[in-house]
Write a protein that binds this ligand. Structure first.
Ligand code: DAU
Length: 337
């Protein structure tokens, strides 16, 4: 099978490529990535010949909104796994246009190529399209939850999801969609919560918690997410949406205290900073449908064990993140967070 991975030099996409290389050696993998600040070609070093890797993956630099580039690539592949997206809420509040361009125009461009060439699409999305839940709400998000996004980022992802659904229904394209909860693991950009706090501690700076820190996220290791995507590619039903989650609900204070403890610092060694405007309170995923229809089960049952491995990765890979850290903290200083 020839697989085109959009956004394959970003966090979840690059982990997908490495995971697929390991578990599906018969697949041919091509990456298209616009190589913005959020991408890092060193994430793909084991598979790129120019970085001393085995040369098993081709990296094409370009945007998913570039119709002629996308048309040629889609024509040459059997399936497209669409990770490419602008993904950081704080950036979307600061400057929304790149989110509309990548997430909506990019997905539209890909859908048109998929329709022209009769290929299969798997669209990667987020639980944020469903808005947020109260802390004591007994219900979690399911595939039937109405979309109700809060931020420019989540609104553009909801828009992209709706485009995919419309192309399935109106044009009969062969596509599946997955909406996953918060990922953590190696190669995540240092602007995100967990790597920001790990690298702060490694740099001798205190972690920064937005507002009260009582906001809940449903954490899943990136390898569990990507194994679920592979399960949907192989066992999912065309036209369907699947929610991916690993029952990992924790509030931000719990995560920060766990990281401080793992890294040998006092549990109260963090600062509260101004809250994010419109900050979603809680996300929580019910992944029963995925578990009923595929054999996928998360392998990282314990968030703490996954965080320990993630801390080790950032401690051992300073070269990978140091330059991005300087840029990212400059932006946070400007935003006052
Ligand atoms: O739920 C899936 C989503 O998870 C993905 O769709 C997004 O692309 C991804 O960025 C993530 O969104 P969040 O906004 O939840 O992730 P973030 O890492 O920015 O923040 C996680 C939580 O931590 C959130 O409640 C905000 C808080 N936070 C974040 C940062 C960067 C802090 O308290 N301090 C921080 O420095």
């Amino acid at each position: 099978m020839r697989v085109l991975v959009t956004g394959g030099a970003g966090f979840i996409g690059s982990n997908f490529v490495l995971r697929a290389r390991e578990t599906r050696p018969d697949w041919t993998l091509t990456v298209i990535d616009s190589m913005t600040y959020a991408a890092n070609r060193h994430s793909l070093a084991p598979v790129l010949s120019e970085l001393g890797g085995d040369g098993s993956v081709r990296l094409v630099e370009g945007s998913v909104a570039d119709a002629s580039l996308v048309d040629g690539l889609v024509a040459d592949h059997d399936i497209v796994v669409h990770f490419a997206a602008e993904s950081h809420n704080d950036n979307s509040l600061d400057s929304p246009w790149p989110f509309v361009e990548s997430n909506i125009v990019g997905t539209f461009t890909l859908l048109e190529a998929i329709r022209r060439h009769g290929k299969r699409l798997h669209h990667i999305s987020t639980d944020e399209v469903y808005g947020d839940l109260e802390l004591d709400d007994p219900e979690r998000f399911t595939e039937r939850t109405p979309v109700n996004p809060s931020s420019p980022y989540s609104a553009t992802k909801a828009g992209a999801d709706l485009l995919v659904r419309a192309w399935i229904r109106s044009f009969g394209i062969h596509a599946t969609v997955s909406n996953c909860s918060n990922n953590y693991g190696p190669r995540q950009h240092v602007e995100k919560f967990i790597p920001r706090q790990i690298t702060n501690i490694l740099d001798g700076t205190k972690p920064k918690v937005y507002g009260s820190g009582l906001n809940v996220r449903d954490w899943i290791h990136v390898d569990d997410h990507n194994d679920a995507v592979i399960a949907i590619l192989e066992q999912g039903r065309l036209g369907e949406t699947y929610l991916i989650g690993a029952d990992g609900e924790r509030n931000n204070l719990e995560i920060v205290r766990m990281l401080l403890e793992i890294m040998g610092k006092p549990a109260d060694g963090f600062d509260h900073v101004d809250d994010r405007p419109g900050h979603d309170l809680r996300y929580a995923i019910d992944s029963s449908k995925l578990r009923a229809e595929t054999d996928w089960r998360p392998q990282y049952g314990d968030v703490r064990a996954g965080l320990e491995a993630t801390v080790e990765w950032y401690a051992a890979n300073r070269d990978w993140w140091e330059a991005a850290k300087i840029e990212s903290e400059r932006t946070y200083a400007r935003l006052g967070r």
